[in-house]
Design a protein around this ligand. Structure first.
Ligand code: SAM
Length: 214
C-alpha cells in the first residue's frame, strides 16, 4: 500500500465519509467484474459539493460505469433535480440502475444506454453541470457537445487528464490524443475558461479539468 492510498483511507474516514450505499455501489461494480475505474470517494464528494455550490438542477454525465459518481452527483441535487447519464455497456447500466435505486436516488437519474455520441443529439439542454468520464478518444467531441448543451455559467468537469503523466506523450494512444486535444480546446475555446489540476491518491497520479461556459 502506498502512502497515497493510506492517506486516501484516512481522508475518507475523517472527512469524505462515503456511506453504506456508496460503498455498495463500488462493491456491486467489483462483483459484476467491471473495471475499477470509478472516481475516488474524495473526487465523488467533490462532484457532489460542486453540484451543491453551483445549485445545479440538471446534470449530464458521460460514462456511468456502476453509478458511483452518478450517486454522488445525484446527492448534490435538490429533490427535483435530474441527471442524464450515458453508458455504452448495457451490463454496466444495469448495475448502475440497481445501485442508484439502493442509494435512494434512482428517481433522479435516467441512464441512456448506447454510444454517447448517438445519445447526445437526442438530449435537450441547458444543463448546469457536466461530468465527462467515458472513452477518452472522444473527449474533444464530448466537450463540444457539452458547450452545445450548456448555458452561460454551466460548469464542465473532464476527468483523467494527466494519466500518470502520459498526457505529455505527443505520440500517445488515442486516449492520450483525445485528452490532449480536449485540453487544447479547454485552453483555446472562446466560450470556455478552464483550469486543470493534478491529483494523487489511491488511483495513483492523474488529474481533472474544470471549466465554466462564458
Ligand atoms: N463516471 C464513472 C464513475 O466515476 O463512477 C466511471 C466511468 S468509467 C471511467 C467509463 C465508462 O464509460 C465505462 O462504463 C464505459 O463502458 C463507458 N463508455 C465507454 N465508451 C463509451 C461511449 N462511447 N459512450 C458511452 N459510454 C461509454
Amino acid at each position: 500500500m502506498s502512502n497515497w492510498t493510506e492517506v486516501d483511507s484516512y481522508l475518507n474516514r475523517t472527512v469524505v465519509q462515503p456511506d453504506a450505499a456508496l460503498l455498495a455501489a463500488v462493491d456491486n461494480t467489483r462483483n459484476a467484474g467491471m473495471p475499477a475505474i470509478e472516481v475516488t470517494a474524495g473526487q465523488g464528494k467533490f462532484l457532489m459539493l460542486l453540484a451543491r455550490i453551483h445549485q445545479a438542477k440538471r446534470v449530464l454525465e458521460i460514462g456511468t460505469l456502476g453509478g458511483f459518481s452518478t450517486t454522488w452527483l445525484a446527492r448534490g441535487l435538490p429533490e427535483s433535480g435530474t441527471i442524464d447519464t450515458c453508458e455504452y455497456e448495457p451490463a454496466h447500466a444495469e448495475v448502475a440502475r440497481r445501485s442508484l435505486e439502493v442509494a435512494g436516488v434512482g428517481h433522479k437519474v435516467t441512464v441512456h444506454v448506447g454510444a454517447a455520441l448517438e445519445t447526445l443529439p437526442t438530449l435537450e439542454g441547458p444543463y448546469d453541470l457536466f461530468f465527462i468520464d467515458a472513452d477518452k478518444a472522444n473527449n474533444p467531441n464530448y466537450l463540444e457537445w457539452a458547450v452545445k448543451l450548456s448555458r452561460p455559467g454551466s460548469v464542465i468537469v473532464l476527468d483523467n487528464v494527466v494519466r500518470g503523466g502520459s498526457v505529455l506523450d505527443e505520440n500517445g494512444d488515442e486516449d492520450i490524443q483525445g485528452t490532449r486535444r480536449a485540453l487544447e480546446l479547454l485552453g483555446s475555446h472562446p466560450r470556455l475558461d478552464a483550469t486543470a489540476l493534478q491529483t494523487v491518491g489511491s488511483k495513483d497520479w492523474d488529474g481533472f479539468a474544470v471549466a465554466i461556459v462564458n
